[in-house]
Design a protein around this ligand. Structure first.
Ligand code: UDP
Ligand code: MG
Length: 324
């Protein structure tokens, strides 16, 4: 029996790219079905992450026109990771394996066959790994690669140059479902599930329409979340303040030392001023780091729902619709 493959695609304000994405993926799915890599019940599942534009209207229309398109609408914007998790958990019910990819098709869809072939060879997780980062700016490339290195250095098991383009089998998805954490960082979680895994190498393209939903600020914050798993803004501010004061304290220190040697200072003043500046800065910095972890515990303890599904558009299997 051919595997039921689901493509899971989180979409946030993607009205510009979706029609073309769905057209290309439909062709790809048909090609894979003809090649004996995907069964008839294979689908693409578009998750609308609370978009503000016409993305959901578009998904509903595509669903009516195209028997391969299913849609899930989240009640509000929960961010890429949560939207993806929702898609994967929804797909898990119906699929043998699910492949997650971005709506802008930056991830080369020509390698989708390879993912499924590796799955058929017995892999439960297949990671898409970028060959080169030529389409990225120097800055994005350096920061992204630096991020993987820092993660590795901190002992986090992440696959170098792998983002969220990956295949997961049903049992790997069931494994993922057992991780209840609110601070989601899927590329850190998936390696923890275990099972046999492999890699597929691909070139990443430019986004063909629309804008990146990951501006620099979001990227930096995503990277920090990956390290502490998440953080709470006011607590982050404290550590930033600590860094600032630590830097300022170096100047304060220099000033105090100069004053001492120049003979401007009264005796004992230098030592007091230096320790106030240095220790004040350091304490704030440490408080910020500790606070960061407490913030993480805070959101985990609340265990708020990670997403809420507002609508689910599905094509019923022929035998089910006859019964209903
Ligand atoms: N995305 C999402 N929710 C968000 C932000 C982004 O579902 O809050 C989706 C977006 O529609 C896309 C994917 O996440 O399918 C990756 O986003 P994008 O292409 O903008 O990021 P980049 O490739 O620039 O890092
Ligand atoms: Mg993109």
């Amino acid at each position: 029996m051919l595997p039921t493959v689901y493509f899971v695609i989180p979409c946030y304000n993607e009205e510009e790219v979706l029609p073309e994405t769905v057209r290309r993926l439909t062709d790809k799915l048909h090609a894979m079905q003809s090649a004996g890599l995907a069964g008839e019940a294979s689908r693409m599942l578009l998750v609308d992450d609370g978009s503000k534009d016409k993305t959901w209207e578009l998904i509903s229309r595509l669903h009516e026109e195209n028997p391969a398109v299913e849609g899930v609408k989240l009640a509000h914007n929960r961010g890429h990771q949560n939207a993806l998790l929702c898609g994967l958990m929804t797909a898990m019910e119906a699929c043998d394996c699910a492949i997650s990819l971005d709506a802008d098709l930056q991830d080369d869809i020509e390698v989708l066959d390879e993912f499924v072939r590796k799955y058929l060879d017995g892999c439960d997780v297949v990671y898409g790994v970028r060959n080169k980062r030529e389409t990225d700016t120097w800055f994005k490339r350096t920061t992204a690669e630096g991020f993987y290195k820092v993660m590795k250095g901190l002992g986090v098991d992440v696959v170098f140059n792998h983002a969220d383009y990956r295949l997961m089998s049903k049992r790997a998805l069931e494994g993922l479902a057992e991780y209840k954490e609110v601070n989601l960082f899927l590329r850190g979680l998936v390696p923890l599930i275990g099972y046999r895994s492999d890699y597929v190498y691909y070139d990443r393209h430019e986004r063909f329409a629309g804008e990146s939903k990951y501006p620099l600020k979001k990227m930096i914050s995503f990277a920090l979340d990956g390290i502490t798993s998440f953080s709470v803004k006011p607590l982050k501010l404290i550590s930033n303040l600590g860094i600032l004061i630590s830097v300022l304290s170096v100047f304060g220190l220099l000033y105090a030392l100069i004053s001492y040697f120049a003979g401007w200072a009264v005796s004992g003043w230098t030592a007091i001023v230096c320790s106030i500046w240095l220790l004040g800065g350091l304490q704030m910095l440490c408080l910020g780091v500790v606070g960061g972890y407490i913030g993480k515990i805070y959101s985990e303890v609340k265990a708020r729902p990670r997403y809420r599904v507002e609508e689910h558009l599905q094509h019923k299997e022929p035998d089910q619709s006859e019964n209903s």
